[in-house]
Design a protein around this ligand. Structure first.
Ligand code: SAH
Length: 442
């Protein structure tokens, strides 16, 4: 029982409380004010001192908007950087008023001056990169949970894994590393150490013999970063045994972005099959599991030799490798009235620059037109383009023109992209380059 009020004043106060007067309501806790978003302090001018040691690079309004739209590249014309920067540094990005906008790799040579690392104000140290690598590896474990199917995979896909300019591929117990920009090139030993710590590979091969490095003023280089030359490494793609020569092969040994499309193409294969631009026969060998006969074509003698070796390794006696220009072969076959039930077209990027788009489209039209002439009724065409400058709409339009010129009605069975271990970053169209259409000609 509560004590009786000790004074008339206290009695009146209790009365008010009971009846919920305004005074009493005011006693209740107020809903807390909405939490203010904590923005790191501005670092420029007189507003506040820098909160970290990194040099500050100021972005134009256009650049800030671009980052807000999800992009991670900023061009040189949109930044003001201190003249002392040599390239390869981690920099602190601010808007024109000095507000923090992220941290990024700075490049001194390429037109892409800034590649975003993080939108948070966090230290960019060894642990940061270790976390980013672990995050990238975790995605591959999600998309391919069966360890037996993890023979070869792209572990780090550059910008799309928020590790700009860094590519890491795994071939069973070996890794290949590409450091495509000044900042990752300068840190390649750090990445090799971290990968060694995370994955304990038998060897790490450096495949920095790629032309894009020229934009960054970086030389061509390949060799061993850790361990000894592993020689050809055998791995499984579905049921097919493939071999990658990590030091000598094209790309980092295999075209891993097509792995899932090859497995899918294999599901549709039947009858007589044709694989154009076959390289080491990776599509052809998937087709050979269901098709009666496969003809695999590449202009490179070395590629065909590798393909023959792979066919023998798989006991695939129904694959014939031909060294030929696929354009010529497709024309000759169609003029001879040949028929195929399954065709794969996987050419190299015809449009390497914007200026070459028209020529590229003519190339795509030509090979697809021939393929539609060659396809039997109900035949399946798996047609690909890895030209970033030719987007999905352009590619599909070109394929439609080819179908229409060939007088064929065509069903789209699947619209596909690169394998899931080559993610794309929303807001960065440059990470979405591979188009794969699985079509059925009626
Ligand atoms: N389909 C392959 C990758 C193909 S890469 C795979 O899944 O692994 C493109 C290939 O096309 C290269 O091997 C290159 O030698 C070959 N090539 C380039 N131009 C060619 C042409 N005009 N005719 C035939 N092959 C060509």
């Amino acid at each position: 029982m509560s004590d009786p009020p000790r004074s008339p004043k206290e009695a009146r106060r209790l009365e008010r409380l009971k009846h919920g007067s305004r005074a009493a309501r005011d006693v209740r806790p107020r809903p807390s004010a909405p939490r203010r978003v904590q923005r790191p302090q501005p670092v420029l001018g007189s507003v506040a001192a820098s909160t970290s040691d990194e040099p500050a690079v100021v972005l134009s309004k256009r650049a800030v908007d671009r980052l807000a739209e999800g992009h991670v590249w900023i061009y040189r014309s949109d930044v003001a950087a201190p003249s002392r920067l040599g390239g390869g540094e981690v920099v602190r990005l601010t808007d024109e008023r000095g507000w923090f906008a992220g941290k990024a790799f700075y490049g001194s040579t390429s037109q892409i001056a800034v590649r975003m690392l993080t939108r948070e104000d966090e230290p960019i140290d060894e642990e940061f990169f270790a976390r980013r690598l672990a995050q990238a590896i975790a995605l591959r474990e999600i998309v391919r949970p069966d360890p037996a199917r993890r023979g070869a995979a792209r572990l780090v896909h550059g910008e799309a894994d928020l590790l700009p300019g860094l590519i890491v591929d795994r071939y069973t117990d070996c890794l290949t590393l590409q450091t495509l920009i000044e900042a990752t090139d300068a840190r390649r030993n750090l990445f090799a150490d971290l990968l060694q710590r995370l994955l304990a590979p038998r060897a790490i091969v450096e495949r920095n013999d790629v032309r894009v490095r020229a934009h960054e003023g970086l030389e061509q280089r390949k060799g061993m970063l850790r361990g000894a030359d592993p020689g050809p490494v055998e791995f499984l793609e579905g049921e097919v045994k493939l071999v990658a020569d990590l030091l000598a092969g094209q790309k980092t040994g295999a075209f891993l972005d097509q792995a899932e499309n090859r497995l899918e193409a294999g599901r549709y294969a039947r009858g007589r099959a044709l694989d154009c631009f076959t390289y080491g026969g990776a599509f052809a060998l998937q087709l050979a599991r269901r098709a009666a006969q496969v003809i695999a074509v590449d202009v490179s003698e070395q590629a065909a030799a590798q393909g023959r070796e792979a066919a023998a390794r798989n006991g695939a006696h129904n694959v014939e490798f031909k060294v030929a220009n696929a354009f010529d072969l497709l024309r000759a076959e169609s003029e001879a009235g040949e028929r195929y039930d399954t065709i794969v077209l996987d050419p190299p990027a015809f449009a390497k620059t914007k200026a070459s788009i028209d020529a590229a489209l003519r190339g795509y039209k030509e090979i697809n037109l021939r393929a539609f002439h060659l396809l039997s009724p109900g035949g399946v065409l798996v047609t690909n383009s890895c030209s970033f400058h030719v987007d999905e709409a352009m590619f599909e339009h070109t394929v439609l023109q080819a179908a229409s010129d060939a007088g064929r009605s065509v069903q789209v069975i699947e619209r596909r992209g690169a394998a899931k271990d080559h993610p794309t970053l929303l807001g960065v169209p440059e990470t979405r380059y591979l188009k794969c259409l699985i079509l059925r000609a009626l």
